[in-house]
Design a protein around this ligand. Structure first.
Ligand SMILES: C[S@@+](CC[C@H](N)C(=O)[O-])C[C@H]1O[C@@H](n2cnc3c(N)ncnc32)[C@H](O)[C@@H]1O
Length: 275
């Protein structure tokens, strides 16, 4: 993963003709986090000055993605450790950015196990950078040959294929701080997606800065998922230091919905949660 990010993100930026000692892609380095990527919540479809949406996505990957990759890999390693029998899971990554949860999940799971990945983001620049990183990760041997990756901008349009009983993991990593998020609609689309994937166990993994503003929509998100049948399994703020970046307080939450068994009754079908 480190090699992949170094060649596809760092070297691309270093080799760009606009990059100088004081700039990346011609933009002052110390202004990029605030002005170009808006702390991670910019409109990555829009250009700014001489930078295109694709340039902004690339700079997002340089400034923010590394830390998120470390946090998610750390969390997934714990999750997979607790649930060792996760076979052929489906990962739905909402506000996926440049394939952040997909890269971390592949690194935690290892190439011996296949998984299905669906990345959803409103920014086409993020989707194309994500698809490129997924392609390169496959060339690097990070995936099982049967691992599949899909990228698109509308969770409601995803064809999840025939219903299945394997695990589903929905990830919302640093998404809820986005000013464009309507939490009610987001949770409704998660519940629809999870039920169309199938009756297997499902988890929603939330991560964000513990900063009060960034985290403000979390209680509504949690409560709506609990009303939709999820139970709160983990809700914690951790001082995250397993990274070469400076330590930071991160809010992690995991909501869990057990597998459902389908009982065929005369003329109708009832779904009940497994004990
Ligand atoms: C802070 S980035 C997080 C990216 C990635 N999850 C990570 O952890 O690196 C937020 C992402 O959410 C996307 N986003 C913001 N609002 C969105 C919305 N309403 N629907 C889908 N994606 C959205 C942005 O384009 C951006 O890629």
């Amino acid at each position: 993963m480190t090699q992949l990010i170094s060649s596809e993100i760092d070297q691309r930026i270093e080799n760009d003709h606009r990059t100088t000692a004081a700039t990346f892609l011609g933009w002052p380095r110390n202004e990029i986090f605030r002005d170009v990527i808006g702390g991670g919540q910019a409109d990555f479809n829009a250009s700014i000055g001489h930078l295109s949406g694709d340039d902004r996505a690339l700079l997002y990957a340089k400034y923010n993605q590394g830390r998120h990759l470390d946090e998610l890999r750390h969390a997934f390693a714990r999750l997979l450790g607790d649930h060792g029998n996760i076979a052929r899971p489906t990962v739905v990554d909402l506000g996926c950015g440049p394939f952040t949860a997909g890269l971390s999940f592949a690194a935690s799971l290892g190439p011996q196990e296949p998984f299905r990945y669906f990345g959803v983001d409103r920014a086409t620049s993020m989707l194309s950078l994500g698809a490129l990183l997924a392609e390169r990760a496959r060339e690097y041997g990070a995936f099982h040959p049967q691992t599949t990756c899909w990228f698109g901008d509308d969770l409601g349009r995803v064809d999840f294929g025939p219903a299945r009983g394997e695990w589903t993991l929905v990830v919302a990593s640093y998404l809820l701080a986005s000013p464009t998020i309507d939490v009610g609609l987001l949770v409704a689309s998660i519940l629809t997606a999870v039920s169309s994937i199938g009756p297997g166990p499902a988890a929603v993994f939330y991560t964000n800065s513990a900063n009060r503003n960034a985290d403000a929509k979390y209680p509504t998100f949690r409560d709506a998922l609990m009303q939709g049948g999820f139970e709160l399994a983990v809700d914690d703020v951790e001082r995250f230091a397993d990274t070469n970046k400076s330590p930071k307080d991160v809010h992690y939450a995991l909501l869990y919905r057990p597998a459902k068994t389908t009982i065929q009754m005369k003329g109708r079908t009832n779904e009940v949660a497994k004990a």
